[in-house]
Write a protein that binds this ligand. Structure first.
Ligand code: PEP
Ligand code: MG
Length: 594
């Protein structure tokens, strides 16, 4: 029997669904703990030997990496690692480190740190940007050497042995992808937000998640049973029998909605027979079968960067081709003419890739996504080749993330044409009629939507980033979550403008940010005339159910709700008015809107 001291902690409803199970506290890899001490007299030579062994280990790793990379022609990464090798073999740096061990009796780790700090300062002061840039290489060498010396390569996920609810401070995308999927029942984190990558992964895997719980890691102990309610955003510790019963009731109701949706008309069919296409957001590594189970009618966002996560090297063109081909063939089986919309590599920001991402002061405003690709043409070419080759197997759409200006669109179009020519010349089969789109994620892109429309076949509005950049509020930071307002008048204006521009130019417009899955907000995007809502598949049944109860005339009326609000209304007030409209219109679905 459970005791009566059940406690419920409220957090952000991050990914729908319910789970009950034991807690696994995930303590991230974090920084390498460095032991620093003074060695005993006479231990100098054994410490120097340790240093030389670590240098030899790192050298071997680097040489291995270089020879793998050399098998592919023209890789600029080879040069980067060759430069690391040179730094590692640099006599001055090595003698300096040995000097710290001999003269100051520092242990090898402390000696390496001291040498690297000096080198870092020296490079950092140089006027030449090329040399300043070498600071990153020095950081990398330091990390490799310290790893080799301390043997620190802990993977906290390796300790997970039974199906559990993962409780963590926060999880990065690469930490999340390392978790053994079959042992994860759901996520509960201190930090994070509804659009952080743990949220996206949980949604894609149809696992419940609650973020922004404050200090959940301190309030639970490993192995204790908790109830995780991702639909309402709560975690219950030490549940009483009554609370458990209520929880089971919630689980039953959710199952009912899913069953009703999967047996009714195709997802997105309106009451009057009209439709809004409902697609799924997915990424490599997620079982494709899940998407049809929830009624998706195509793949609206394929986050290709997940092929890059959790590894040190770029996936080969063939590896990429096989992954894209699987998605394209699968989309074709959903229904005739269904497409897979592959988004090109969107790294940077919070999606950092080992061996590729570099340290930047402001990664969300840095060399990410399309900017990264345009500055690494080889990587871009290989990806475009793989996508075009996959397009020989079905309908493919392709889109560029984080585009800010026309130049980027023009340059991307030039690279695409070059790649097509290359494929033609070598006689490699590929799909010629891939439509090309742009994600509208930066305010500048929304404001220039009319100009952008001349260069592309469709728009896909990425509200996760568009809200972040419009409000200047990190999408993964719970302490500024109050600013994360999809219904802020500024965001509404940008989205309305984007949709209107798409209509003027006769191109398709979709929303693939998480807001598409919100029954108040997503339906509002549909009411503006958005053609496709793309979301994590578990959210499809609820959105479909709402749409099935509305006509196009209802949507037209709903679109006007924000305009009926007095000037100066807040995002929350606009949201409340929309919610009120929905509750009045569809009182039987109040569970969905509250
Ligand atoms: C978005 O920004 O809304 C989007 C769909 O892209 P991601 O969440 O992968 O950044
Ligand atoms: Mg984005």
């Amino acid at each position: 029997m459970s005791s009566s001291h059940s406690t419920t902690i409220a957090g952000l409803a991050t990914a729908r669904g319910y789970a009950a199970g034991p807690v696994f506290i995930y303590r991230g890899g974090g920084e390498i703990p460095i032991p620093e001490y003074v060695i005993g007299h006479g231990q100098e030579s054994s410490e120097i030997l340790r240093l030389h062994r670590a240098i030899a280990d790192v050298k071997r790793d680097l040489e291995g990496l270089i020879s793998v990379l050399k098998e592919r022609s023209g890789r600029e990464d080879v040069r980067v690692f060759e430069c690391h090798l040179m730094l590692l073999e640099d006599e001055t740096l090595r003698n300096e480190t040995v000097g710290y061990i001999n003269d100051e009796r520092l242990n090898a780790e402390a000696a390496v740190k001291r040498t690297i700090e000096g080198a870092r300062a020296q490079f950092g002061r140089m006027n030449d940007p090329y040399f300043r840039e070498r600071v990153r290489d020095i950081d990398d060498i330091e990390r490799r050497l310290l790893k080799a010396l301390t043997g620190y390569d802990r993977n906290p996920a390796a300790e997970l042995k039974t199906p559990s609810i993962i409780v963590a401070d926060d999880l990065t995308p690469s930490e999340t992808v390392q978790l053994p999927r079959d042992l994860v029942l759901g996520f509960a984190t201190n930090g994070g937000s509804t659009t952080s990558h743990v949220a996206l992964l949980a949604r894609a895997l149809a696992l419940p998640a609650v973020c922004g719980l404050g200090d959940i890691t301190r309030r639970v102990s490993p192995g204790e049973i908790v109830l995780l309610d991702g639909t309402n955003g709560a975690v219950t510790i030490n549940p009483s029998d009554d609370v458990r019963r209520q929880f089971e009731e919630l689980v039953r109701r959710q199952r009912e909605i899913a069953v009703e949706a999967s047996t009714g008309a195709p997802a997105g069919t309106l009451k009057d027979g009209g439709e809004v296409l409902i697609y799924a957001n997915i990424h490599p590594g997620i079982p494709l079968a899940g998407i049809t189970e929830y009624g998706a009618r195509g793949i609206g966002l394929y986050r290709s960067e997940y092929l890059w996560l959790n590894r040190e090297t770029e996936p080969t063109e063939d590896e990429q081709f096989e992954a894209y081909k699987r998605a394209v063939i699968y989309a074709g089986k959903i229904r005739d003419g269904a497409s897979a919309n592959i988004r090109v590599l969107d790294i940077g920001g919070d999606k950092l890739v080992r061996g590729i991402s570099t340290k930047e002061a402001n990664p969300f405003l840095g060399n990410r996504s399309i900017r990264y690709l345009l500055s690494h043409r080889d990587v871009m070419r290989r990806q475009l080749r793989a996508i075009l080759r996959a397009a020989a197997f079905g309908k493919v759409k392709m889109m560029y993330p984080m585009v800010s200006c026309i130049e980027e669109l023009r340059e991307a179009a030039t690279v695409l044409e070059e790649v097509k020519r290359e494929l033609d010349e070598t006689g490699i089969p590929f799909g010629r009629d891939v439509s090309v789109g742009v994600m509208i994620e930066v305010p500048a892109a929304a404001l220039n939507a009319d100009e952008f429309a001349r260069y592309v076949d469709f728009f896909s509005i990425g509200t996760n980033d568009l809200v972040q950049y419009t409000m200047a509020a990190d999408r993964g930071n719970d302490s500024v979550a109050y600013l994360y307002q999809p219904m802020n008048p500024a965001v509404l204006r940008l989205i309305r403008e984007t949709v209107a521009a798409a209509k003027r130019h006769g191109i398709q417009v979709s929303v693939c940010g998480e807001s598409a899955a919100d029954p108040i907000v997503g339906i509002y995007w549909a009411s503006l005339g958005v053609d496709v809502l793309s979301m994590s598949s578990t959210y499809i049944p609820v959105i479909s159910k709402v749409l099935a109860n509305l006509t196009r005339a209802d949507l037209d009326e709903y679109a006007k709700v924000p305009d009926t609000m007095p000037q100066g209304s807040t995002a929350q007030e606009i949201f409340n008015a929309c919610q009120e409209w929905m509750l009045k219109k569809l009182p039987d679905l109040q569970d969905v809107f509250l």
